[in-house]
Design a protein around this ligand. Structure first.
Ligand code: GLY
Length: 339
């Protein structure tokens, strides 16, 4: 088999030292053979590329992104369009249009994107624009900044041709009004249901990028921003090591700089699974941790194409597209659900 080096920018320091890997990915362009990464242990089967993983059972999103990559498309197009599937789905009440509002009835979106070169873009507290992930990408690609907030983000989106829309639907307006009647502020953080979509992809060159988009915590205080648009918390990618995305109670992810922590643990030699587990345990083992009352979950991928996921509560999962297969894989967890 003819081989060519795809990882021309990959240093063998850091993760290379940790795993003792050749860190070589290969694809024979003269045959139909699939792209692959050679894992650390050469006796194991090469891992097929591309790979797309996402928080929760967001299989429609991973399918979209996977198909784009499989057809030779660009990794950022794949991530953006994968996230857009969920942002446009009004049945998904935690992302994009149809996301649940804050306590004042405003739907406010947070999103970010990070590429293989370590560049990133984010929007926080943005209203009236469905595709927050597209605005985050435009912040990265078309502005000198990494983050735009509120009205500034919205105006920027409109200046690029995006349309203002009412993001509240009949269903989310009704739920908000019911919540107002109860008038109790209790963060409900999706211990069993999905919320934020975080996605990571590895293309056929073995390069990694990621994206994250959400309407955040339902009935949050006006002005609240979660982890999802914060680089290092909701998402972090280091193309020499791997990437991680988070979901769940954003405040707890921010306090532990969760995604950055997972990537740094992988740099030290932990597998994605071990790294996600340790980052969750940092939250669980804090003095006076209230972890029984909120969910946090991580999914991660390393440079060898290995993936992992771990959460506080049972019920979290990782959608995974690889080699034409699109699965929803249950995550390991700390706390078993009450039956
Ligand atoms: N992880 C979503 C949020 O806390 O806003």
């Amino acid at each position: 088999m003819k081989r060519r080096d795809f990882l021309k920018n990959t240093s063998l320091t850091g993760v290379g030292l940790a795993v003792g890997s050749s860190l070589t990915s290969c694809k024979d362009k003269t045959t139909d053979e699939k792209a692959s990464v050679i894992p650390a242990n050469k006796n194991t089967t090469p891992i097929a590329l591309p790979i797309v993983i996402a928080t929760w059972n967001f299989k429609n999103a991973t399918a979209k992104a996977g198909q784009i990559l499989q057809a030779g498309g660009n990794i950022l197009d794949a991530l953006e369009q994968g996230c857009m599937v969920e942002e446009a789905d009004i049945k998904n009440e935690s992302v994009g249009k149809g996301g649940r509002p804050d306590r004042d009835g405003n739907v406010t979106l947070d999103a970010c994107i990070m590429n293989k070169d370590g560049n990133c873009g984010a929007v926080v507290y943005m209203q009236n624009i469905t595709h927050a992930i597209s605005v985050a990408r435009k912040v990265m690609e078309d502005t000198p900044h990494v983050m735009l907030a509120g009205k500034g983000a919205e105006n920027f989106a409109v200046s690029t041709g995006m349309k203002r829309e009412d993001l509240l639907t009949e269903s989310t307006r009704r739920q908000w009004k019911e919540w107002l009647v109860e008038a109790k502020y209790k963060p409900i953080i999706n211990i069993e249901n999905h919320d934020t979509i975080g996605m990571l992809a590895m293309d056929e060159n073995g390069d990694i990028s990621g994206a994250c988009t959400t309407s955040g915590l339902a009935y949050k205080m006006g002005g609240r921003v979660g982890d999802s648009p914060i680089i290092g918390s909701g998402l972090f990618v280091d193309n020499e090591v791997g990437g991680c995305v988070a979901t769940g109670m954003g405040e707890e992810v921010v306090k532990t700089v969760g995604s950055f922590l997972v990537v740094e643990l992988m740099r030290q030699g932990k597998s994605p699974q071990e790294a996600c587990k340790e980052a969750i345990n940092r939250i669980v083992n804090k003095p006076n941790s209230n972890y029984k009352n909120f969910q946090v979950g991580y999914v991660a991928i390393n440079k060898q194409g290995e993936t992992g996921s771990f959460s506080i509560h049972e019920g979290f999962s990782m959608a995974k597209y690889q080699d034409g297969k699109n699965d929803n894989l249950k995550s390991e967890f700390v706390v078993k659900s009450k039956a």
